[in-house]
Write a protein that binds this ligand. Sequence first.
Ligand code: AN7
Length: 368
Amino acid sequence: MSLIERIKGKLNKTQLSPNWPGLIEAYKPWLPVSEQTPVITLKEGATPLIRIKSVEAMIGKNVEVFAKYDGLNPTGSFKDRGMTMAISKAKEEGSEAVICASTGNTSASAAAYARKAGMRAFVVIPDGYVAQGKLAQALVYGAEVLAIKGNFDQALDIVREMAVNYPVNLVNSVNPYRIQGQKTSAFEIIDCLGEAPDWLCIPMGNAGNITAYWLGFKEYFEAKKSKKLPKMMGFQASGSAPLVLNTIVKNPETIATAIRIGNPVNREKAIDAKNSSQGDFLDVSDNEIIEAYKLLGKEEGIFCEPASAASVAGLLKRKNEIIDGSKIVCVLTGNGLKDPDCAIKNNDAIFRSNLEPDINTIAKVMGF
Ligand code: AN7
């Protein structure tokens, strides 16, 4: 048996990345696509589940904690799961342009997929509140960037109205195809673990992703691919916590700019996910987010963006409620490279500069 055959024998299809067709092809029977749908894919999905033992140690019980590292998608966030669907369907419908409001990741993903499909990509963003990496992506992918003197919620109001009055296809998570694509991450978790986790910890902004995961878990459960449903544990930043506070936050503020959203459009669906799963919502401070962000970096070798670290910060905050023997998945929604400014400002690393270029200086600084 050749090496490649031996490897293939041991690995399932989701692990054979060279053969991975992208999530629409992989999960076609579960998605609203037909043979006529032009599939626009960058081979998104099939992201790794990584055991995070430093977090297990901090919980101090017999638990298994995994990170679903969706920051390894083609444009560096989970948005690609929804965007491959939204753009493929927009193409099928004959759209020539798409529009979205975005705190950054949606704009990067929409731009990449729309341009690949030969469409114009209009992205409306809150000026000055989009992380540098995300803005760089939108520009390089060829978006038409419209920065407003306002926040995400105002941007979303504008694009929703634009899509009613002008020939532009809306690709925010009010677009049902986005949710359909994003639910595949729940499928992957069950395909990988062989069962649903006990808890699913996830950051919430517009609450499309928690809605999508809940849909995915329910569909696999109803198809008997799992025997249980996870508790949906949603986390928000304290300065931007409309779902936790059950209100609208007029001026949301947080270091996690991805989830700086005060009036989530998927509010009712997120509340349903929480209630139906006997889950809960909780807020975490910017400090707690940064502590989790640094822990994942320096103990696990996982660089996620601040919004993503909210899932781990939230889990740690609730550690007393965890039942022994639990399996927990924390969704890491975006890649740390998206927000280099945050990384450079928030780390415990040693950085010595202005050193003379000779071995004696270097050895001395190293402590030898
Ligand atoms: C890294 O890009 O809303 O609760 O416009 O980028 O489904 O909104 C991003 C959201 C979590 C929250 N983590 O997801 C946008 C945008 C990261 C994100 C969320 C976002 P939802």
